[in-house]
Design a protein around this ligand. Structure first.
Ligand code: IMP
Ligand code: MG
Length: 192
């Protein structure tokens, strides 16, 4: 695994690489297999599968993940904001667009970049359950060891990471660094 960032402009503020691009690619392939087995357990028929990425952070993760899934599936977006601007603590999940409807009897897979306080996933699971889906599973690329999130059901986790603020591969600070191909930490001055 790479441990030092390179020299591209977007990398100038990165202190340390936590998960390399290669490690992400390998794990995403494994996660796709795991998820496929989970969906089979749920009795999900291809036509009924809805992958629901939580925007914007899970954009890169879901785009890599779906290309590893052989199912005939649909994509529906959840638009949520929990870290406005330069905040590094979740300010509580808010929908910025109403959730998709017509999910009764569907097999929903909620896809997010990271499970931190769990507020976002907990909120979305509760809202989606109201639509009586046939099944609801959650997949996140990263999870931080937060005791307050211990009760949040999450069937698939890519990497357990330390409780540090990270950017890259979809995750941002003030809207920046999403296009980094790896997950890293910011130099203290960049994180304000
Ligand atoms: P939670 O609601 O506290 O679990 O936070 C979940 C959301 O906050 C994720 O979907 C991310 O978009 C964002 N988030 C949490 N931790 C980080 C981080 O370390 N860096 C960037 N975004 C984060
Ligand atoms: Mg997010």
């Amino acid at each position: 695994m790479t441990t030092t960032p390179g020299t591209a402009p977007v990398e100038a503020d990165i202190e340390r690489v936590l998960v390399s691009a290669d490690a992400i690619a390998r794990r995403v392939a494994e996660l796709a297999e795991e998820l496929g087995r989970g969906l089979a357990t749920d009795g999900a028929d291809d036509e009924g599968i809805v992958l629901m990425p939580v925007m914007t952070g899970s954009m890169l993760f879901v785009s890599d993940l779906v290309r590893q899934l052989p199912h005939k599936l649909r994509l529906e977006l959840a638009l949520v904001s929990s870290y406005p601007g330069t905040a590094q603590q979740s300010q509580g999940a808010k929908l910025t667009m109403p959730l998709p409807t017509g999910l009764e009897g569907r097999h929903i897979v909620l896809v997010d970049d990271i499970l931190d306080s769990g507020g976002t996933i907990r909120f979305l699971q509760k809202e989606l359950a109201k639509q009586a889906p046939a099944s609801l599973r959650t997949i996140v690329l990263l999870r931080k060891p937060r005791p307050d999130a211990a009760d949040v059901p999450c069937e698939h986790v890519g990497f357990e990471i330390p409780d540090e603020f990270v950017v890259g591969y979809g995750l941002d600070f003030d809207g920046l660094y999403r296009n980094l191909p790896y997950i890293g930490t910011l130099r203290p001055k960049s994180a304000g």
